[in-house]
Write a protein that binds this ligand. Structure first.
Ligand code: C2E
Ligand code: MG
Ligand code: MG
Ligand code: MG
Length: 281
């Protein structure tokens, strides 16, 4: 927060800003060394089909151990990883780890489950990005349709042409694309048509107070829009049974949320799948 020096046009930065900058640089250095030392974890959160409650796939979510038994939220460190450019290498690791998991899921008898991966703007700015994704899928001998890339509206708005070109190429290759946190950004409706989308993720803020007031209306509008555009709709952040029921009524296809399963380490997800299968036929 810059402050104005009275009666001049000068601005100066308050000392707390300098402290924050030092802290951020410190975090970036730690993130770089923890990533190099393979300390980052990729957790998985199940995604289910609402009608059958069968697991259809999972989203990979980064976790950064804080050294005290806790974790630093990706909401906090992903922006630093983006700012520093580290996200290009971290993101590649996430993609490769996801491909490894798809192979393992196949071996374990789950050849249809797909894995979704969040992708940031610096990754798209890497001119090798599309080739890297194709190479991984080929190297791991995977049907590309099992890999889904999640992008937010802000990624599209930042670099529309680069993102549209990359995604169009990847979709032709068979990769599927989801638009994440839909409704929270400022996407122009015309981009929805230009993007080769497969899935639309309804942001959890609209699911939260479902049944009351405006967020319910927005959720309904987003699901209707998705359905009319021929996209699969998935509701994020389903915590309560009533929310799931309401989303089914609106015509939403799939869900992800604490009600069905929290993000968990991959080995726990495998145990979850076996148990879930036993309970859901
Ligand atoms: P996102 O992609 O929208 O991920 C969904 C977030 O919602 C996750 O937060 C998840 O833990 C949380 N969530 C899921 N179900 C529920 C629920 O029922 N209730 C509540 N309150 N929350 C729920 P998380 O894991 O903290 O991740 C935050 C964001 O960090 C992600 O939002 C994504 O934008 C970013 N992120 C995570 N992993 C990666 C990654 O590998 N690469 C990139 N570029 N970004 C990542
Ligand atoms: Mg996501
Ligand atoms: Mg989301
Ligand atoms: Mg989000």
């Amino acid at each position: 927060r810059a402050k104005k020096v009275p009666n001049t046009n000068y601005e100066y930065f308050a000392p707390e800003i300098e402290e924050q900058t030092t802290w951020r640089l410190h975090l970036i250095r730690r993130l770089r060394s923890d990533f190099a030392n393979r300390k980052l974890e990729l957790w998985s959160q199940p995604q289910i089909e609402l009608a059958s409650e069968k697991v259809i796939g999972m989203e990979g979510l980064l976790r950064w151990p804080d050294g005290n038994g806790g974790y630093i939220s990706p909401a906090e460190f992903v922006p630093l990883a983006e700012y520093s450019g580290l996200i290009v290498d971290i993101g590649h690791w996430v993609l490769e780890e996801s491909c490894r998991r798809l192979q393992e899921l196949k071996k374990l008898g789950y050849p249809h489950l797909r894995v979704a991966v969040n992708v940031s703007i610096p990754q798209f700015r890497d001119p090798e990005f599309v080739n890297k994704v194709k190479r991984l899928l080929t190297e791991y001998n995977l049907p590309p349709s099992l890999l889904e890339l999640e992008i937010t509206e802000s990624v599209v708005m930042d670099e529309p042409q680069i993102v549209i070109d990359a995604l169009t190429d990847l979709k032709e290759f068979g990769v599927t694309i989801a638009i994440d946190d839909f409704g929270t950004g400022f996407s122009s409706m015309s981009y929805l048509q230009k993007l080769p989308l497969h899935r639309l993720k309804v942001d959890r803020s609209f699911v939260k107070d479902i049944g009351v007031g405006e967020s319910a209306l927005i959720a309904e509008t987003i699901v209707t829009l998705g359905n009319k555009l021929g996209l699969v709709t998935i509701a994020e952040g389903i915590e309560k049974r009533e929310q799931a029921n309401h989303m089914i009524k609106l015509g939403c296809d799939e869900a992800q949320g604490y009600l069905f399963g929290k993000p968990m380490p991959f080995n726990e997800l495998i145990a979850f799948l076996a148990e879930h299968d036993a309970n859901n036929g």
